[in-house]
Design a protein around this ligand. Structure first.
Ligand code: NDP
Length: 292
């Protein structure tokens, strides 16, 4: 059996088209253009690429966007002051601080993010939004796990009553995914580096989510035949002759697992594309909540 490939490309475009239409309605009915501010501290190359992609996506769907660049040496207080100015700005409906923060600021990430107005927290990482997610109250939801669940829905993969297993318990992927799948009435198990006999648990999954950060970690013998496998991982292998910058692979051994699974997301071209599209959805959603 070869799995159905769940491509993120068309679905990401559909999410962006929907965000564009809703932004158009806000402009028409309320004379408001949803605005995103991305705060970028330092000059990390990967962060610069991510920020450029977010800025480009805003331009593509007609959102206002602002990139606030700050030098690596700024103090925690200066960064918090910048966030507070953005909280007060009428042009800005969504604020995102690009992570990881460099240098000494890294240790204060949680404290710094706490200063974002929860109504503008389009990453969904603020304790208020995380708390709402746990309680099942509408709020702003982390983009990557929200994109995965929307994709499962879009692909017609049933979640109600199904057994879901998530490998990885990070605050940005694994934990929010747990609550999103629970809200869809799945029976959810979350695994981590202390989990014993991981394969016996993953083999029970109708829906298996890999968010580990280890290349090709989920092998075919860990997957139940016919399962839907969502690969969140993005790992760059060492450069070789064919891939001078290093091949991008997920946390799932795609070639082997696609012969066992019923559906699978590729890397690249799967979940990664949904994250920016869901960010656009969150910016528009935040603007709708602020003006409607
Ligand atoms: P983290 O490093 O924060 O978390 C990794 C998780 O995997 C931890 O919970 C860890 O357990 C668990 N883990 C590590 N080793 C094992 C093991 N041997 N067995 C079982 N569990 C294990 O990663 P993130 O959640 O931030 O990211 C995961 C992956 O997803 C990365 O490749 C990242 O690049 C990618 N990613 C992709 C995004 C996208 O847009 N597509 C967005 C965000 C992330 P423990 O808690 O015990 O340490």
């Amino acid at each position: 059996m070869t799995a159905r490939i769940l491509s993120g490309k068309a679905f990401a475009q559909a999410l962006k088209d929907d965000a564009r239409a809703r932004a158009g309605r806000l402009a028409h009915e309320h004379h408001v253009t949803p605005g995103l501010a991305v705060v970028l501290v330092g000059a990390d190359a990967a962060s610069q690429v991510y920020v450029r992609n977010k800025d480009k996506a805003c331009a593509e769907i007609g959102l206002y966007s602002e990139v606030v660049r700050m030098p690596e040496g700024i103090s925690k207080q200066e960064l918090i002051k910048t966030i507070e100015a953005l909280n007060a700005s009428e042009k800005i409906h969504g604020i995102l601080v690009q992570l990881p923060l460099p240098g000494k600021l890294h240790a204060h990430e949680t404290e710094i993010l706490d200063h974002i107005d929860p109504a503008k927290d389009v990453d969904g990482f603020h304790p208020v939004n995380m708390g709402k997610l746990v309680l099942g109250i509408p709020g702003l939801t982390p983009c990557t796990p929200a994109g995965c669940v929307r994709m499962l829905e879009h692909a017609g993969i049933p979640m109600d009553g199904k057994r879901a297993v998530i490998v990885g318990r990070s605050n940005i992927v694994g934990k929010p995914m747990l609550h999103l799948l629970l809200a869809k009435n799945a029976t959810v198990t979350i695994c981590h580096s202390h989990t014993q006999d991981l394969a016996s648990i993953t083999r029970e999954a109708d829906i298996l989510v890999a968010a580990v950060g280890r290349p090709r970690f989920i092998t075919a013998d860990m997957v139940k035949p016919g399962a839907a496998v969502i690969d969140v991982g993005i790992n760059r292998l060492a450069p070789d002759a064919e891939h001078p910058r290093g091949k991008l692979v997920g946390d799932v051994d795609f070639d082997a697992v696609k012969e066992v699974a019923g559906a699978i997301t590729p890397v690249p071209g799967g979940v990664g594309l949904l994250t920016v599209a869901m960010l656009m959805q969150n910016v528009v959603h935040a603007a709708e909540m602020q003006v409607c």
